[in-house]
Design a protein around this ligand. Structure first.
Ligand code: C2E
Ligand code: CA
Ligand code: CA
Length: 436
């Protein structure tokens, strides 16, 4: 018999090849994971699951996430398993859907969170890697959710950034406002939030852009063609670009092959999680990994392995430090796209829209004495005239009202650029706060 913390004792059982398809190694013994061959998991009643919870038969496994470029261990995801007294391991898909039908799922998630706190506490004397916990969408309705999380972490004296909350993309279909407030309150309490299973359902890019999450977890279904299919590659590349532009970190799930890894490296995906690196493992094994894992030295310098997209992202980061607001304008089509540094708070304007409206917004947030000059310089008609007369760059300093009600000197530099793809007149605006 083997035992491990928080679980009942279990023993090895024989494999029946007709019915079961997966095994997991725990210590030196091979344990069966109950799963029907046709892919349909066995279902259990809520009463049976409740019993399992009360009898400490629910156990937390940990699946490492590693840095895509270097392979170094970075964090882990907590995944619940039900280990029956006879040693059978029941995967979450066999009981989580039933538990989600009632408030039972809330108790399971909190139970898992407490186990995670205990695991993190055991890492006290070793490198502490953050752990992600899956929370059902039902928690969106839970009063004082963030406070409860905080007090649980505080009880174990754990820094809040060590816990990440995963919520599935499907939770976003309705109740958007509620979800938004929920996420804001969690992040305010110092935890990070990941959008799970992105791309598995009907993703709303419109909605994701408004969700203030830290991490986007790309669903494994998007890697189903081994990253060799041209269209699959285009979709993935644009998701990573989109996430990085929104300042979200990215994780690719279900990475099983070297081909997938090679492609994900070229996309500048931050972390990977999948069987290629490690399967979910019991706590003891995970803690051993945390202590001993040094990562592969093969790819230690990001500059040696950088792809075009990663070097561009690094460059953009550097330029955004210098100019916290950059606006791309198509003067011919009267459109713009703005990129702002994470810390840039003044002048809340939409990131894309009609350029004339952006200038109007700018004029309204300008010191009254500067309005006329700003409007005369940056109105579209004048910019097109300047471009046609050969001007390369326009520079103007004005006083602009920040969100905090204070006027600051802002230097605005417009550069006209040409594109290989179009004859439209394009300008790039670099904005910088000047010292008083
Ligand atoms: P998930 O959050 O998307 O978790 C990732 C699932 O993908 C895990 O399945 C993991 O074992 C599996 N996986 C990881 N790498 C690979 C790979 O390379 N290839 C393949 N084919 N699969 C991979 P698992 O552990 O069976 O969990 C299934 C789902 O159950 C989770 O999906 C999550 O939605 C749910 N779940 C697990 N634990 C909890 C929990 O504590 N609370 C809640 N609410 N849901 C949980
Ligand atoms: Ca998850
Ligand atoms: Ca997932």
């Amino acid at each position: 018999m083997l035992s491990y913390p928080g679980c009942k004792q279990y023993m090895r059982i024989r494999r029946n090849p007709m019915e079961y398809t997966e095994t997991a190694d725990i210590g030196r013994r091979s344990i069966l994971i109950l799963r029907r061959k046709d892919g349909i998991y066995m279902r259990y009643s809520a009463a049976e699951i409740r019993n399992a919870l009360n009898n400490n038969e629910l156990c937390v496994y940990y699946q490492p996430m590693c840095v895509t470029m270097t392979g170094q261990l970075k964090s882990a995801e907590a995944l619940v398993r039900w280990i029956r007294p006879d040693g059978t391991i029941i995967p979450p898909d066999s009981f989580i859907p039933e538990a989600e039908g009632s408030d039972l799922i809330m108790d399971i998630d909190w139970y898992v969170t407490e186990q995670v706190c205990r695991t993190l506490e055991k890492q006290n004397m070793m490198p502490q890697y953050p752990i992600s916990v899956n929370f059902s969408r039902k928690h969106i309705h839970e009063k004082n959710f963030a406070e409860r999380l905080a007090s649980m972490m505080d009880k174990y004296d754990l820094p809040h950034p060590l816990l990440e909350i995963e919520i599935t993309e499907s939770a976003m279909v309705d109740e958007e406002a509620l979800l938004l407030d929920w996420i804001i309150s969690i992040r305010k309490a110092g935890f990070t939030v990941a959008i799970d299973d992105f791309g598995s359902g009907l993703s709303s890019l419109q909605f994701i852009k408004d969700i203030p999450a830290d991490v986007l977890k790309i669903d494994k279904s998007l890697l189903s063609h081994n990253c060799e299919d041209e269209k699959e590659k285009i979709v993935l590349e644009s998701i990573f670009t989109f996430a990085h532009r929104l300042h979200m970190k990215t994780v690719a799930e279900g990475v099983e092959t070297k081909e997938q890894l090679a492609f994900l490296r070229s996309c500048d995906c931050n972390k990977i999680q999948g069987y290629l690196f490690a399967k979910p493992m019991p706590e003891k094994e995970y803690l051993e990994l945390c202590q001993t894992y040094r990562g592969t030295d093969e790819f230690n310098d990001i500059l040696e392995v950088q792809s075009t997209s990663s070097s561009l992202n690094l460059l953009i980061e550097a330029v955004l430090y210098r100019y916290p607001l950059i606006i791309f304008t198509n003067l011919t089509r009267n459109t713009y796209y703005a990129m702002a540094h994470q810390d840039f708070t003044s002048t809340n304007c939409p990131s894309t829209g009609v350029f004339d409206e952006l200038i109007e917004h700018g004029v309204n947030s300008m010191h009254p004495e500067d309005r006329e000059l700003f409007e005369a310089t940056f109105n579209r008609e004048n910019l097109i005239k300047e471009y046609k007369s050969g001007t390369k760059m326009i520079r103007l300093t004005t006083r602009q009202l920040g969100d905090d009600g204070i006027y600051r000197k802002v230097e605005t530099v417009d550069c006209f650029v040409s594109s290989d793809y179009s004859t439209d007149i394009i300008a790039i605006t670099l904005c910088e706060n000047l010292a008083d």
